[in-house]
Design a protein around this ligand. Sequence first.
Ligand code: 26M
Length: 819
Amino acid sequence: KLSAAEFAGKEDFQREVVRHIETTLARSLYNCDDGAAYGGAALAVRDQLVIRWNKTQQNQTIRDQKRVYYLSLEFLMGRALDNSILNLDVKDMARDGMGELGFRIEDVISQEHDAALGNGGLGRLAACFLDCLATLNYPAWGYGLRYKYGIFKQEIVDGYQVETPDYWLDFNPWEFPRHDVTVDIMFYGHVNQYTDENGKVVKVWEGGEIVKAVAHDVPIPGYKTNTVNNLRLWASQPASGEFDFQKFNSGDYEGSIRDQQRAETISAVLYPNDNIDAGKELRLKQQYFWVAASLHDIVRRFKKTHRPWSEFSDQVAIQLNDTHPTLAIVELQRILVDVETLHWDEAWDIVTSTFGYTNHTVLPEALEKWPVPLVQHLLPRHLQIIYEINLYFLQQVEKKFPKNREMLRNLSIIEESQPQVIRMAFLAIIGSHKVNGVAELHSDLIKSTIFKDFVAFYGPDKFTNVTNGITPRRWLHQANPKLSDLISSKLGGYEFLKDLSQLENLKKFLNDKEFVKDWMDIKLANKVRLAKYIKETNGIAVNPHALFDIQVKRIHEYKRQQMNIFGVIYRYLQIKEMSLEERKNLVPRAFIFGGKAAPGYWMAKTIIKLINGVGDVVNNDKDIGDLLKVVFLEDYNVSKAEMIIPASDISEHISTAGTEASGTSNMKFVLNGGLIIGTMDGANIEITREIGEENIFLFGNVAENVEDLRHAHRFGKVEMDPKLKKVCDTINSGLFGDANIYAGLLSSLTTGCDYYLVSDDFSSYLTTQDLVDEAFKDKDGWAEKSISSVALMGFFSADRCINEYADMIWNVEPLPEHK
Ligand code: 26M
């Protein structure tokens, strides 16, 4: 054996697996199921990561370069074993090794519970970024919360979504609790003020409740590099002394347990809302708990270097993943001023040069605003600091725009509502040196709408764009190994996975008949696999040769799954009216949906019910057969995405223009050889620019027109499209279940003024779907679109994206890789 960080070979790997099964897991090899085999394999692979991880951390400390800290309340990681094996480049060995022990590697891998500590795009983006930061050897840490329950599991019962808790921690070999790395976090209490011997006013926050944050570390391996970075997740526990022995000894056992549970509640559960702010006190507690623990950790690490405070931002870059961690700005200012006794201005310079803020949404209902009374109660000192930040900021505004009351009102961190609220995005902007959106259109929109007055104040340079990306390791190599292998056979190895622009060389093979056939055979094989899964889970027989049309993402009115299912209904009615002769020309189509609705989001839940209602009718209509199928896949998550995405012929990204900040699954589908039907929204626009208009099916109104169209709806100036009217009438007839169920959904189109403009885009949507059918009949043409699109997807590697953040925002350099 060469070093502890390398398997000497297959036998060595097998020995390690068996050793872990027999000793660490205390299982007999004679009753070893897939679950135990997973445990053994995971622990054996983990050992390899840990050695590299320790060395990476040591190397980072010795080199003492600037580090990046990515603060995110969500990390939607999915499974770790397959990813680790691939990043360590030992997949073949693992397959053979496990095979000889009597296990199929795929079965072993699928034993793992997804780490689902996120809602959707924002959380998955954070996970992709971690992969890229490690792969590119950046010294970087993620900081998050260790939820006991991730996003709920979704079941479909009688067509409705039912949520059950996701307890994922019963066996999690990927985390290391660090009981020696803890931080006491204060809440509530009051601020004492006194004057010290030099006449300086000193403010001291005395908290009323103390909760302990315990670090749990997760190793993050890069692809084919020795770098293994750290993701630190904080768990809440009762602070020592908090567990009330007085109560316990006096017989109030329940009372003492209650205090303990109160502390543990903080990191108990992920809020399952995506793009909607519920404004709950516990959520604010989560945010402060996590932010305070992370900053304490970062400051502690910095202080070990004995540098002057003026060098803080030469050593530390902190990125705020949306406004959820905005309190970090206030907390750092508090530490510097109250604890480290720096002058306000000096501290504020350090703060603003340290932070960057990424905005992920323009939807008004998603912008965080915390009521002043709540913050006053929970974090009294922080409220004072926020007021002070606001005061100094508004003084600058007054200087730049004298006597402009409106400007002051527009830019104030405090919104003068009843009660007053704190606009977290404004605080994030004021406390950061850069603000970025996540796709070109989105970055332009934030500058011209929600943050317009900030651009007037700061000038445009503070605002920038970093178009999102995805990691090709997980979303091509791991999810679609056959396609990755085929590509590598043509490009001469797997280098493209680290330099995705190399995909361009695929263009040379567009006329290579054998290659094109292999390409389409792989697509078919992926469709067969999905069809088999659908048969097993939903009992629906889908013809693998049908056109697979997939929309998988969170269910939200702005993403317009309702428009998709209305289109399905229209298609169904059309087919019903056709003669047998006419039907012969049809392309069979399977519409596949998946996604979770926020538990309190009624309209989204109604959309799920309608999809299932339509499915029940269509799939059981003997007269329709293979021509149309409607499937709703339960519990869409990262590991299911890895199976679903490679199986698409076309996927739908059809949000109302201007509402989807970027979208990232659009990139995943195209990278896997699927085509897109979509609106001119988010990253769809840049995808079009990269792959060419001839390779994408675009339709619908552009963002520029949305305001006017909404206005027209409000003044009753829009006639409903007759095709949509027909669909509504059919739903109202009760064909898909009691019409009352859908009344709210239908009235949103009429009396609800159709805020998401379904009726404006419906007709061009249907027309474009017809073009999709035509294009699919031309098999060669379709293959050409598929291959040339993939060839031009290099831009959407999140490696590009991370390098842009590193250059434009963080000013950090990769660390030379250790041995
Ligand atoms: C807010 C308050 C309380 C509870 C939850 C939230 C909240 C949670 C998640 C708000 C927004 C959340 O996520 C927003 C999100 O996922 N945005 C998506 O970000 C992706 C990555 O940039 C983009 O690709 C998507 O277009 C954007 O919708």
